[in-house]
Design a protein around this ligand. Structure first.
Ligand code: Q46
Ligand code: ZN
Ligand code: ZN
Length: 313
């Protein structure tokens, strides 16, 4: 870490953040990171100390870091691991990720819900994807649909007040860029650190949305959290990664540009730039019904997309 000193104690620093003009030793970085998370939770009114929180856990560095920070802050936070049934050349990606999530829960005395997609619905994500509409839907499309359905179902069935995910600034900036390039205004309207519960959907919050990925990675590393290092094999070549690479290149020459892009969007959104002009029209276009099969909200007239997928496979 060169000659940098900790901004707090002036001891040798182990991690430096150029855009914040801060560097920290290990204990002060862990402290700073937890404080910053608490600030974001408060700033966006994500949840209260008495709320029951469900943390979507993938077994990777970000989600285990989020779970770690939430329980250290004293929140009642349980985990949810969804086993997608994905394998890679390197090994059994989903089962190994599940082991990391289980070990973390066991070591810290935390409760983990596990939903195994293959066991519960008879097909893994790759199987669903190859059979759905004769393979026209890519695994990530199917996976997103299944995860959203399962997360909402578990959160509601088990009485949680809020579902948290570990999306970081790199994730949010990449999604923002993707939505902006296509001017998907409806998606821009719904991109925010917290979304209220409505129409059968549980409240959702992203407490890490203002942390760079390298900051969440540094937290896991310096805290000694053991996590699945392998990436999902289907993430290779995704549009998300292309946007992430572009943003990383821009960040190299202009430190802080990612944060400015995202924070500037949030300010514009708060100022009403992405609000629907005609609220009644917007509400009508999003009119939701209950799926007759699973009871979850859906914009379709009949069964929801998840139930149609499961039935078709
Ligand atoms: S897990 Fe699922 Fe991701 Fe794998 S199949 Fe795609 S969406 S890449 S977050
Ligand atoms: Zn220090
Ligand atoms: Zn349904």
């Amino acid at each position: 870490m060169g000659n940098y000193v900790c901004s707090q104690c002036r001891g040798p620093a182990v991690f430096r953040m150029r855009h914040h003009r801060l560097a920290f030793c290990q204990p002060h970085y862990l402290e700073w990171f937890i404080e910053q998370t608490a600030r974001v939770i408060e700033k966006y009114h994500m949840f209260a100390p008495t709320d029951r929180i469900l943390v979507a856990v993938s077994g990777g560095k970000d989600s285990l870091a989020l779970w770690d920070v939430l329980w250290r802050l004293g929140y009642q936070a349980d985990g949810l691991y969804i086993n997608l049934g994905i394998s890679s050349q390197e090994g059994d990606y989903s089962n190994e990720s599940q082991r990391y999530a289980k070990d973390f829960a066991g070591q810290n005395g935390l409760r983990l819900h596990v939903v195994d997609i293959l066991q519960q619905y008879g097909e893994s994500i790759p199987q669903f994807a190859s059979r759905s509409q004769r393979g026209r839907i890519k695994p990530c499309g199917v996976c997103g649909l299944v995860k959203r359905h399962v997360m909402n179902r578990v959160a509601r069935d088990e009485g949680y007040d809020v579902l948290t995910t570990a999306h970081n600034l790199d994730d949010e900036a990449a999604v923002l860029m993707s939505n902006t390039m296509a001017w998907q205004v409806d998606l821009l309207q719904r991109q925010y650190p917290v979304l209220p519960a409505e129409d059968g959907f549980v409240r959702k919050a992203k407490p890490f949305c203002r942390f760079y990925e390298r900051e969440t990675a540094a937290y896991s590393l310096l805290r000694g959290i053991e996590y699945e290092e392998e990436e999902c094999p289907f993430s290779v070549g995704s549009k998300q990664l292309v946007y992430k690479d572009m943003l990383n290149k821009m960040e190299e020459t202009t430190p802080g540009i990612k944060m400015n892009f995202y924070a500037g969007f949030l300010n514009a959104r708060s100022a009403g730039y992405f609000s629907p002009q005609n609220k009644a029209d917007n509400e009508q276009s999003r009119e939701l019904h209950r799926c007759p099969t699973c009871g979850q909200p859906t914009a379709s007239d009949g069964a929801c997309a998840f139930c149609r997928l499961v039935k078709a496979a």
